[in-house]
Design a protein around this ligand. Structure first.
Ligand code: ADP
Length: 469
């Protein structure tokens, strides 16, 4: 880890996670060890106090059974030799004067029994205190009690053993505590790297995609955890983007292809009108052809832009209260002459009224396109039926024909921009009509579906909800 990269490293999530892991790990280890230490020390102190209380009780029994002389004799026997350095017993009368005691030279400055003790009832619970005596390195734990109507006793014990045990304990606990603090950093780093490995995989994949490998995906480990779900969502997003990019590429290819023919015709007309041996009438006709072709190109571009705008949601619908029955009826009337020219029967099965809050112009265009297609792709003597129904939640407009039909493979593609079924190329069109109708329907919160049997006919259904989500 060089010094130049340190500040940058500090900004990484792995570094921050490592510090957090390390801090939490070290703190919890220290807390656990401290709690263990405090509990053990308390246990040691309690054991000493219990021993002293027991001594007081034994001395009280001894005085009662053996009298003062027996008490003194027993005391002399019990506290012989070295033990007098660590323990003492002192019997005092109720006026505070010393009656008898073990060797008190090792406990200089031992205070006289407290007044409260001298006045206390015999048999009362022993009182415990820790005394710091001048000249002794360790404290002295003392249990004092009135053991008869005439006497009080003090039993004391140096805390040297306890203090040494506690110091030894501290010495034993220090290495694991230091080890926990030292290990916290590498363990934290290991945990952080492990936790962030899937995030690194996502980053690596994104980098590869940015470098051009658009088909790369993140390898899924465990899709049930958060990072697994992130990888799954990331892959799903990439699939969608790939699909959209593919669609856009195909669309721009189609647009280029569809612009080529009219532009070639415009160029040919312009070239021919330039040759000197043309009459004025022929030149006017070529200019008209060029104008017509230009209009077609412009219409194609405008429709394309309208679809894009609609799909992006940038368009605000001009909704008003309209009568859909009237609107569909008018469209059918408008197409009646086309139907007659093609020797087709155009039927309208409409209710008297069908109110809907919608954008009149955009719906007009969508419905007109469905009827136009039905008439275009139905051979002479066929029939086209336009029907309208309303179940209170949504309005359904169906346009059914007895025409050429659409193969199952193509029913999913005809709503794509510029897509035209193979058998349809003899009819005029640019493959944008259904895309625009669908975009209009979706902008109203609805949609268009198709059922078709090749050679038997098709039925397009435009659904419009009364209350779009
Ligand atoms: P266009 O009619 O200009 O080709 P559309 O987007 O309106 O473009 O339709 C796309 C394609 O869907 C058509 O080329 C045709 O192949 C198919 N299609 C649409 N309506 C019908 C229909 N009623 N019957 C059979 N095929 C249809």
């Amino acid at each position: 880890m060089s010094f130049e990269t340190m500040p940058e490293r500090r900004r990484t999530l792995a570094w921050r996670l490592t510090c957090w892991y390390a801090a939490v790990f070290a703190a919890s280890s220290l807390v656990a060890l401290s709690v263990a230490y405090v509990l053990i020390v308390a246990q040691v102190r309690e054991r000493t106090d219990a021993d002293l209380r027991e001594d007081v009780e034994e001395l009280s029994d001894l005085l009662r059974t053996e009298g003062l002389d027996g008490f003194g004799e027993q005391l002399r026997l019990d506290l012989q030799g070295d033990e007098t350095e660590d323990e003492f017993v002192r019997l005092s009368s109720r006026d505070g004067s010393l009656v008898l005691a073990s060797d008190l030279d090792e406990f200089p400055g031992l205070p006289a029994p407290a007044d409260s003790l001298l006045r206390s009832d015999s048999g009362a619970e022993a009182v415990l205190a820790t005394l710091e005596l001048a000249g002794r390195d360790h404290g002295v734990r003392v249990a004092s009690a009135a053991i008869s109507a005439d006497y009080v006793v003090d039993v004391g014990e140096t805390m040297e053993d306890d203090d040494e045990f506690v110091a030894g304990l501290l010495g034993r606990l220090a290495p694991p505590a230091a080890g926990a603090v030292l290990l916290a950093m590498p363990i934290g780093w290991f945990m952080a790297r492990r936790a962030l490995r899937p995030v690194e995989a996502v980053t690596r994949t994104a980098t590869e995609i940015a470098a051009g490998a658009i088909d790369r995906r993140v390898a899924l480990r465990d899709p049930s955890d958060e990072l697994g779900r992130l990888a799954q969502a990331f892959n799903a997003m990439l699939d969608r983007i790939e699909l959209l990019v593919g669609g856009m590429r195909e669309m721009s290819d189609n647009l280029a292809h569809d612009l080529r023919s009219p532009l070639t015709r415009i160029r040919a007309a312009a070239e021919m009108s330039l040759s000197g041996d043309r009459s004025d009438g022929a030149r006017a006709s070529l200019a008209a052809t060029a104008t017509e072709e230009c209009d077609r190109v412009l219409e194609m571009i405008d429709t394309n832009l309208a679809i894009t705008e609609m799909e992006s949601g940038a368009v605000r619908l001009d909704r008003t209260e309209i009568d859909l029955a009237q609107l569909v009826g008018e469209a059918c009337e408008l197409f009646q002459t086309v139907a007659e020219d093609r020797k087709l029967e155009l039927l309208a099965e409409l209710p008297n009224r069908c109110p809907l809050f919608a954008d009149r112009q955009r719906l007009q265009r969508a419905i007109a396109n469905l009827i136009d297609n039905a008439l275009k792709y139905t051979p002479a003597t066929g029939r086209v039926t336009v029907a309208l129904s309303d179940d209170g939640h949504q309005v359904r407009i169906t346009v059914a024909d007895t025409g050429v039909g659409i193969s199952p493979a193509e029913t999913t593609r005809i709503f794509e921009r510029f897509y035209r079924a193979d058998g349809s190329r003899s009819e005029p069109g640019n493959g944008l009509g259904l895309s625009l109708s669908l975009a209009n329907a979706r902008a109203h919160g609805g949609g268009i579906s198709v059922e078709s049997v090749p050679g038997r006919g098709s039925r397009f259904t435009l659904v419009l909800p009364h209350h779009p989500a």
